[in-house]
Design a binder for this molecule. Structure first.
Ligand SMILES: Cc1cc2nc3c(=O)[nH]c(=O)nc-3n(C[C@H](O)[C@H](O)[C@H](O)COP(=O)(O)OP(=O)(O)OC[C@H]3O[C@@H](n4cnc5c(N)ncnc54)[C@H](O)[C@@H]3O)c2cc1C
Length: 499
């Protein structure tokens, strides 16, 4: 009979809130006689939130509730705490006398530092810390250039990714098959119950109120949470995946998958999604091929962050660190609040503020506008998105912002500057998306809605509308702003070359 190295283990859920196809949970079950599952609402993260109404915390809360039900259905349970994770995990591991703690990798610098602290604390108690790849298909040094370096350009990375791919990398980890090793609350002996409660863990979930978090409009929006929400969204998307390549650029269309928040919190498995995309691509779906490419971008940015943690603070290309940003507070406020006078930019920002989501095309347009039209430091925009996006992911957000600012790896060249007007006319031609989020301009014609300030005043008067009264005048003139930005980027680059 197979002997298992560990009598008791702890499995720590973080950004992998699912009880199926979970790499480290599967490993824990294979290697242990009994596995206790825990989740921590980390005070270090929650206490730092400025806005106490955060859709992400609510998403996690709902998803943890569902996760506990899923574990119970498998015969296990979930112990939950509201505590500082780096202290609570060693404490419960010690109280339960486990031999090992299992968890999945997180590549963000702060998470890595936390895991190092946990690992050291566990080592002092002779408890092993076993970590696994789960969040991406390829991680760390699994894909490197022929010279043994990390990839800084997407296309060769993607080619290497596809070349390396085998069925093994897309295979689901069969958690349910080994679920009888999961510890449940009734099996757990009295001393275990006492130990876990003494270090702040319980199978009851702390209320949002108790954690100082208020409810948002997540439920009103019918935002699907938990593994069931991820499954429903995927099911819906697979019906339209073949058209993804055409539909994905138009914010008024139901083009993308809307799975990013689920990918962020692991209520879906990246292996499951990549498998669906790969299989459909092999069957001839162009949409599936393009969607797989987007999933590879996600791996790519995680790869960049892992190998270059400095991008969190600085430009990937150091030559862009010398740009003299205008950083005008009033312009920044107008951008944040969706009152720039450019309807497409305002619609994008209002979508973000009202829902926590922004369509990918609009993320590019809004980011480009902040950096290249307002000459505001990309880090300001990045921080605002980080605070607001339900799907905020450090590597993808940083990658997206540095791409738009031209400071990143494989970014758009600095002289390519999005024109908000032509982007609007091209990707929201009939103004359907604009009308949804900027109702003030809804009565304008499909032609005029993109640039109300260019519409003849007579026409506007006839509609009872005045630019500057009912809707802002543009806060900058795009053509002039473009010239100023080009000059500043050129100056900064020349200066760097001379130095
Ligand atoms: C300035 C900027 C900031 C961004 N910030 C984030 C962020 O914080 N979190 C985030 O998940 N994505 C971010 N993105 C990438 C992209 O906009 C979102 O992943 C996408 O809009 C999410 O919607 P979806 O799930 O419907 O996407 P789909 O089009 O259905 O794509 C499927 C998945 O692929 C991944 N993906 C798609 N595009 C990208 C991309 N360009 N880079 C990395 N992964 C990608 C995401 O995980 C996404 O869920 C950002 C892009 C830009 C330009």
């Amino acid at each position: 009979m197979l002997t298992r190295p560990f009598a008791r283990s702890l499995f720590w859920f973080r950004r992998d809130l699912r009880a199926f196809d979970n790499a480290a949970l599967h490993a824990a079950l294979l290697q242990s006689e009994r596995v206790f599952c825990v989740f921590v609402f980390d005070r270090q993260i929650l206490d730092a939130l400025e806005d106490r109404a955060d859709r992400r915390v609510e998403f996690i809360w709902e998803s943890v509730l569902e996760l506990r039900s899923a574990l119970r259905a498998l015969g296990g349970d979930l112990w939950i705490a509201h505590a500082v994770a780096s202290e609570a995990i060693p404490a419960i591991a010690c109280a339960l006398s486990v031999d090992a703690v299992f968890t999945n990798h997180d590549y963000e610098p702060q998470a890595k530092a936390r895991d190092e602290r946990v690992c050291e604390a566990l080592a002092r108690q002779q408890i092993e810390f076993k970590t696994h790849k789960d969040h991406v298909i390829f991680e760390k040094d699994e894909l490197l250039t022929q010279g043994g370096k990390f990839f800084s350009v997407f296309t060769p990375y993607k080619n290497a990714w596809l070349k390396r791919l085998e069925a093994f990398y897309l295979k689901a980890y069969p958690v349910a098959k080994h679920a009888k090793r999961l510890a449940d609350a009734t099996q757990a002996s009295a001393d275990i119950r006492v130990s876990s409660s003494s270090v702040g863990f319980s199978t009851d979930i702390p209320s949002l109120d108790a954690m100082g978090v208020t409810r948002t409009n997540l439920r009103e929006m019918n935002f699907p949470t938990g593994a069931s929400g991820g499954e429903a969204l995927l099911g819906d998307f697979l019906k339209r995946i073949d058209r993804y390549d055409e539909a994905r650029n138009f914010p008024a269309l139901k083009g993308p998958s809307y799975l990013s928040t689920h990918l962020r919190f692991g209520t879906v498995s990246i292996r499951g999604l990549a498998r669906e995309a790969w299989t459909r691509w092999q069957e001839g779906s162009r949409g599936a091929e393009v969607w797989l490419s987007e999933l590879i971008w996600r791996d790519f940015y995680a790869h960049i962050l892992h190998h270059n943690p400095r991008v969190v603070e600085r430009s990937f290309k150091p030559e862009y660190d010398g740009i003299a940003w205008s950083n005008d507070e009033a312009l920044f406020a107008a951008w944040r609040e969706g009152r720039t006078g450019y309807p497409i930019v305002d619609a994008a920002m209002r979508q973000l503020n009202q829902t926590g989501y922004m369509h990918n095309r609009l993320r590019m347009v809004a980011a480009s506008f902040l950096v290249k039209d307002l000459l505001i430091d990309w880090r300001w925009g990045e921080a605002y998105f980080a605070a607001k996006l339900n799907d905020f992911d450090l590597s993808a957000n940083n990658g997206g912002w540095q791409w738009a600012a031209s400071t990143g790896c494989d970014a758009q060249p600095y002289f390519r500057i999005f024109n908000p007007l032509s982007q609007s006319e091209k990707f929201d031609a009939d103004g359907v998306f604009i009308r949804k989020y900027v109702p003030e301009v809804a009565m304008l014609s499909n032609k005029d809605i993109h640039a109300p300030w260019l519409t003849s005043p007579v026409e506007l008067r006839a509609r009872g509308f005045a630019v500057g009264r009912d809707y802002p005048l543009p806060i900058v003139d795009h053509a002039r702003a473009r010239e100023a930005t080009l000059a500043e980027f050129k100056r900064a680059l020349n200066q760097k070359t001379k130095a």
